[in-house]
Design a protein around this ligand. Structure first.
Ligand SMILES: O=P(O)(O)OC[C@H]1O[C@H](O[C@H]2O[C@H](CO)[C@@H](O)[C@H](O)[C@H]2O)[C@H](O)[C@@H](O)[C@@H]1O
Length: 413
């Protein structure tokens, strides 16, 4: 049985589709040309860059389009008296449309919870390898990235999961930051969209990537492999971080984060009339640094090294490091909510290797097979996985679920 074979192509009507062809923002749509310089491995290639000129304006306008189309306006109350009836009708029509698009998603990307039996059947006699994004997947999206905390009951569910299946977090944040937020030593962590991975030691992996792999010890003194394919970019990223902090300091609500191998520029709290200025600041940087490129997430623009590495490659790398790649008895599952997670969904979809689950409450174009509405559904899915794979253990008290969100110690018997 092919996983998700009942469900058709990944392309779905999106109420606000992003014009990727114009933007060139999605890494798996980019063509990489061979690089010179010290990034000698064929994995790392430069994208030929246009000369700065008249097109700059078009570029930052395109960027602005992407910022707008990925940020649908919030519902507004209609106060204008004369147009009330017409406007009300429009709102009702729009919400009907959203509802029917929602149903289309349900059909094409069914809920992973409703399809749980299908997934469990497919996972039978297989070992699940679980990959989880952080923001919007394990923690709800909030205005301030520093307040994106993972609820304790989610942490408990993930910790239990990791007891049964190899589990990795793959985040756009720095590895240190995401480790600090998740706080579980049982997991593997990949930060900066997979450009900073702490994984198990495996010789073949080190041989494949001799210049970017280093054997070290983790917090528990265990031998681990540190994989950093963009190591030489650290000083450049640091410089870009400082430049962006300076250039955006006059824009109210802008926030810049340094993730060691990439920089995030948040515009969630910026008035829409200033989004153009944010886009311009980012555009100026990528023009000044031809070996960096701009990508795009949920109300965030990012600047990152122009290397052929992303969350999809990180999944492949971790599977290889865990000795789980190219095996019929392994089912990798990746759960994520953002554009950057699409690279991972695509890797799993290709060759029917595993299954991507998109976290979204509205229809989106995606390479995932299934969907979950929000982090609370992610938590339920994780718990169901544990129970379905090891029902005996659960009944015997390995994991007794309650709905009070109490500490893990309270719940262990
Ligand atoms: O790959 P992820 O773990 O999902 O990280 C992607 C970005 O997540 C964070 O930003 C997002 O979440 C914030 C907190 O909810 C929200 O305020 C922001 O608008 C979102 O884009 C993080 O701050 C970024 O640096 C990550 O790239």
């Amino acid at each position: 049985m092919d996983i998700g074979s009942n469900h058709s192509s990944p392309v779905l009507a999106d109420p606000a589709p992003i014009n990727k062809a114009r933007l060139g923002i999605h890494s798996n749509l980019l063509t990489y040309a061979p690089s010179g310089g010290s990034l000698s491995s064929s994995k790392y290639r430069n994208i030929p860059r246009k000369k700065p000129g008249k097109l700059d304006e078009v570029c930052s306008n395109a960027c602005l389009d992407a910022m707008k189309s990925s940020s649908p306006p919030r519902k507004k109350l209609i106060k204008d008296g004369s147009d009330t009836t017409y406007s009300t009708w429009m709102v009702m029509l729009a919400s009907l449309l959203v509802d029917s698009l929602g149903n289309a998603t349900v059909l094409k990307h069914p809920s992973a919870l409703n399809s749980f039996e299908e997934i469990a059947n497919f996972a039978q006699n297989k070992r699940i390898a679980m990959f989880l994004d952080y923001d919007g997947t394990l923690s709800p999206i909030v205005d301030d990235p520093d307040n994106a905390l993972m609820p304790d009951d989610m942490r408990f569910a993930v910790r239990n999961l990791a007891e049964y299946f190899p589990t990795a977090i793959i985040s756009g944040r720095s590895r240190d930051k995401v480790y600090q937020l998740v706080g579980l030593t049982e997991l593997y962590y990949a930060g900066s969209h997979g450009m900073d991975i702490l994984g198990p030691v495996r010789k073949t992996v080190s041989n494949d990537h001799p210049n970017c792999t280093e054997t070290t010890t983790d917090q528990q003194g265990k031998e681990v492999n540190l994989f950093q394919p963009a190591r030489e970019f650290i000083p450049m990223i640091d410089e870009v971080f400082r430049t962006l902090v300076e250039s955006t300091k006059g824009i109210k609500g802008a926030k810049v984060e340094n993730h060691k191998f990439c920089v995030s520029v948040h515009f969630r709290n910026v008035d829409e009339k200033n989004w153009q200025s944010i886009a311009q600041c980012v555009q100026d940087v990528v023009e000044e640094y031809p070996r960096l490129r701009k990508t795009h997430g949920r109300k965030v623009l990012e600047v990152r090294p122009m290397i052929d590495w992303n969350k999809g490659k990180a999944v492949e790398f971790l599977l290889e490091s865990l000795g789980l790649s190219n095996r019929d008895d392994v089912l990798p599952i990746y759960i994520g909510d953002d554009l950057t997670d699409e690279d991972a969904f695509k890797v799993l979809r290709e060759g029917n290797r595993g299954c991507g689950i998109l976290v979204s409450s509205r229809p989106k174009e995606t390479n995932a097979v299934y969907s979950l509405k929000d982090p609370s559904e992610v938590q339920i899915f994780i718990i169901c996985d544990e129970i379905s794979q090891f029902p005996g253990d659960m009944e015997e008290g390995g994991c007794i679920l309650n709905d009070t969100g109490g500490s893990s110690d309270d719940l262990q018997t």
